[in-house]
Design a protein around this ligand. Structure first.
Ligand SMILES: NC(=O)c1ccc[n+]([C@@H]2O[C@H](COP(=O)([O-])OP(=O)(O)OC[C@H]3O[C@@H](n4cnc5c(N)ncnc54)[C@H](O)[C@@H]3O)[C@@H](O)[C@H]2O)c1
Length: 383
């Protein structure tokens, strides 16, 4: 059966208003060639995204209305520097809030760390009316959401993302996760925070080396929606404003709102990730690890090549060049792609674009076709 083609447009005029963003309104409009019933019965997400000063006020109002029995703020050793600004901005943050600090980095997304945090919550007498604020990047958001979702069958939590990647991606969509048995995100739940506060001020302390991770996901959102393409490629870290972030995250939020459990259309958010995850794993195994974002950017190169969108691939190449893959690595990457948990029936599936702004998920890619695209990317004519 042919999969539905998705036509995606994001604009600022009429249409279905999904969120007030300070004085802006972000509107998303989706048109589908599939029957609308295709989307019936999905779990709709709650309106949780809040931005900037208005977002701080929304979180303050939540603290006032919820009157949590105890407030905990989860940070890592780097994002703890974001705490003074947050604490000073919230008039209704109880003075006796507790800070939970974990080590920065992926190593904290482990069951042992989660168990330690559950112990600390018990030691502080946390009950089901406690509130956890996750102040950090994707690691803190994933870990915090997981421990909150499982402690006493679930306590309330809020995300305050501090990395660009967490602002445009990890804090939105209700997925949380821990790494397990050496594999990424094997344990986790779908559960939405009470509120997500996106405040670009936190990016002031984000190291430049983390920029590519967030920018890669913004480029992906632009390719999926067509919005801001190819302008997004020229964006620099110093220029990132609330408007750009809100436009980017609106792409993910809209897809999540119609397919929370990733039964269908949400899968288009995996654009660039089949190859990207494989490359990330390969480099890790080689002791030469790369950021998730740079792996995704290479994955976008592959997706554009497989889609036959040479012009878009060349534009991407001018911003982030393709890094050639050797024949030996190609075989290893193919096997890693075959092991991707998102595959079905042992087939390698890719999200492709029929054009920028028109993604299609569930495309089976043969090794021959993949090798041809890889060779083209590597600048060779032979397969
Ligand atoms: N749940 C989801 O839907 C989802 C989506 C995408 C990614 N993720 C997860 O997100 C994680 C990656 O997120 P990430 O790139 O934010 O990594 P991260 O949380 O490790 O943050 C990257 C680094 O930046 C530091 N940092 C973050 N904000 C800072 C700030 N304002 N000032 C100074 N330092 C700061 C962190 O301490 C860390 O060292 C991965 O574990 C990935 O699996 C989850």
């Amino acid at each position: 059966m042919a999969l539905p083609e998705i036509h995606f447009s994001l604009h600022f005029k009429s249409g279905f208003r999904i969120r007030e963003i300070n004085h802006l309104s972000v509107n998303c409009e989706f048109k589908y060639s599939a029957e609308m019933s295709y989307f019936s019965g999905v779990i709709m997400t709650k309106p949780t995204l809040h931005f900037g000063e208005a977002g701080i006020q929304a979180l303050d109002a939540l603290l006032l209305s919820k009157t949590p029995s105890k407030v905990f703020i989860l940070v890592d050793g780097n994002t703890s520097q974001c705490l003074p600004f947050l604490a000073q901005s919230l008039a209704h943050l109880p003075a006796d809030f507790e800070i939970l600090e974990v080590d920065p980095g992926e190593e904290s997304k482990e069951l042992e760390v989660a168990a330690n945090l559950w112990h600390v919550l018990l030691d502080y007498g946390a009950d089901r009316n406690a509130l956890l604020i996750n102040l950090g990047g994707g690691v803190v958001c994933d870990l915090g959401a997981f421990i909150a979702s499982t402690f006493k069958r679930g306590i309330s939590f809020v995300h305050v993302p501090t990395s660009l990647l967490a602002m445009v991606d990890a804090s939105v969509g209700g997925k949380n996760g821990l790494n397990f048995a050496g594999l990424k995100n094997q344990i986790g739940t779908f559960n939405e925070p009470d509120l997500v506060l996106i405040e670009p001020k936190f990016l002031e302390t984000l190291p430049e080396s983390e920029w590519e991770s967030g920018h890669g996901e913004m480029i992906k959102h632009s390719l999926i929606s067509g919005h801001n393409w190819p302008k997004i490629l020229g964006l620099r870290s110093a220029q990132v404003k609330l408007k750009t972030i809100s436009e980017s995250v609106a792409v993910k939020e809209k897809l999540v709102s119609i397919d929370f459990k990733e039964a269908g259309v949400r899968k288009v958010l995996n654009l660039g990730h089949t190859f990207g995850h494989a490359l990330e794993s390969l480099r890790l195994a080689q002791g030469n690890s790369i950021t998730h974002g740079s792996a995704v950017i290479q994955g976008l190169h592959m997706a554009l090549a497989l889609s036959g969108l040479a012009d878009a691939q060349q534009l991407l190449n001018a911003a982030y060049s393709w890094i050639p893959i050797s024949d030996v690595e190609a075989d290893l990457l193919w096997e890693l792609q075959r092991a991707d948990k998102k595959n079905e029936d042992g087939m390698v599936k890719f999200v492709l674009l029929s054009s920028v702004g028109h993604p299609k998920y569930g495309n089976t890619i043969t090794k021959d076709r993949w090798c041809t695209s890889l060779a083209a990317l590597n600048g060779r004519k032979d397969g």
